[in-house]
Design a protein around this ligand. Structure first.
Ligand code: ZN
Length: 433
């Protein structure tokens, strides 16, 4: 069967989207060009981490446009900063340690990079957006000095409680200068899943240049735009993610700030991410690995250096919505009960865009106690502890964090005792018996 994407390409619908109305005043966050070509318009959505308490359900709730554009010069896919980063990230509900596969991913990375860079107790590791210390704790255990930088005070406090020194601030050139004055430049500067959340991209990358020792290495992980497009992962778009990166565009941004990407790996996290390795452009001790050229060629082959490739995405997203609704409506007509699993940000984009509320899903569950007995923003679906699945024996469990589906299907294998089935919505709705 042809994928949705192949069908769209075959029917030639891609040409229509470039003619849409231009967004007024959206200038590219990196290069300053007018970035008004629509990549996808997901309508109006609340902030995806704004979980509601019961007494907030009768109040007005702010919704913002989720309209993503692409820059015709540098191909940065981006959202305007509808809501300031300060108001989003100053108190944050996401604690990385609640995902066991995520903690394991971090542990494996820290071991590999320690060996690759020969890090010792004389080295210094800085992590930007260090969350609750889930990654840096592995360096601490190995006796390597670290510093976390985390803007959310509640999350930074959790990191300190587990012995990870953490500074609570937003990173940029000012913070970098201060940090170098009081602590040191980094031999290893890590930034995982933070680049997308930076409103002032140029100031952030310039700050990394300042905070890096002359022979230091930067590693960053972020969702790969090419995979987002191929895998139809529109639900990973939300107001908290201002930018979406290809290797091509990332190289341009780093080069503009005197940094060179010398290696890249494709990793499975978040539905397909890149892990990039960068160094000072002046540091020739590390040659550029062939992997960089290879991936750049593949992106060019996929057309990521031409505007046309970005225009097929929206129709693909609309078709996914229709198929998911079709499945849910048919299930409800057949008197089946449907519960959600997880309350991730991506679930909120999906549910709000598709208009899925308690008419289709009875409730969802999450392991994070911070979210228990709260309600999903916009859709007002209640969130319970995971035991609720066992108590209510739903016919279907819709897995919202589909990137963790293997882990979740294993944890919840007991639903098969009563004939329960798993449903994964992305890239296309699929049922697992
Ligand atoms: Zn641009």
């Amino acid at each position: 069967m042809a994928t949705v994407r192949e069908q769209i390409v075959a029917t030639g619908k891609e040409s229509t989207l470039l003619d849409g109305p231009p967004a007024t005043g959206m200038l590219c966050r990196f290069c300053g060009e007018r970035a008004d070509h629509v990549f996808v318009d997901l309508g109006m959505s609340p902030l995806c981490e704004s979980y509601l308490t019961a007494d907030q359900l009768n109040q007005m709730e702010p919704f913002y446009p989720l309209r993503v554009t692409v820059c015709p010069r540098c191909f940065l896919v981006q959202l305007p900063e509808y809501v300031s980063a300060e108001s989003i990230f100053s108190e944050y509900a996401y604690f990385s340690s609640y995902s066991s596969s995520w903690v394991e991913h971090a542990r494996v990375f820290t071991e590999t990079i320690r060996k690759r860079l020969a890090l010792s107790e004389r080295s210094f590791v800085i992590e930007l957006a260090s969350n609750d210390g889930y990654l840096l704790q592995h360096f601490v255990q190995a006796g390597i000095p670290v510093l976390g930088v985390e803007p959310a005070a509640n999350v930074a406090e959790a990191a300190r409680a587990r012995g990870v020194p953490t500074r609570c601030c937003f990173f940029g050139t000012d913070a970098a200068r201060e940090l170098v004055a009081t602590d040191a430049q980094a031999d290893l500067l890590i930034g995982n899943n933070v680049l997308a959340q930076v409103p002032d991209l140029n100031d952030f990358v310039a700050g990394m240049k300042i905070a890096l020792r002359p022979t230091g290495v930067i590693t960053m992980e972020f969702p790969h735009l090419m995979r987002l497009m191929e895998g139809n992962q529109f639900d990973t778009i939300y107001h908290e993610h201002f930018s979406y990166f290809s290797l091509l565009t990332t190289e341009r941004i780093f080069a503009a700030h005197g940094l060179t990407l010398f290696d890249v790996e494709e990793i499975p996290t978040h539905g397909g991410s890149l892990r990039i390795y960068a160094r000072h452009a002046e540091d020739h001790s590390r040659p550029v690995e062939p992997a960089v050229d290879r991936l750049r060629s593949r992106e060019e082959l996929a057309g990521l250096n031409r505007l046309e490739a970005y225009s097929v995405f929206e129709e693909q997203v609309k078709e996914t919505k229709r198929r998911l609704l079709e499945f849910l409506i048919n299930a409800k007509r057949g008197r089946k009960s449907i519960a959600g699993y997880g309350a991730p940000g991506k679930g909120n984009t999906l549910l709000n865009y598709c208009g899925i509320r308690t008419d289709l899903i009875d409730f969802t569950v999450d392991r994070n106690p911070y979210k228990h007995h709260k309600f999903l923003p916009g859709t007002h679906i209640p969130i319970y502890p995971p035991e609720r699945i066992h108590e209510t024996r739903p016919d279907y469990v819709l897995i919202l964090p589909w990137n963790l589906k293997d882990e979740i299907i294993e944890q919840l294998s007991y639903i098969r005792d009563w004939g329960g089935k798993f449903v994964v919505p992305i890239p296309e709705v699929q049922v697992y018996e």
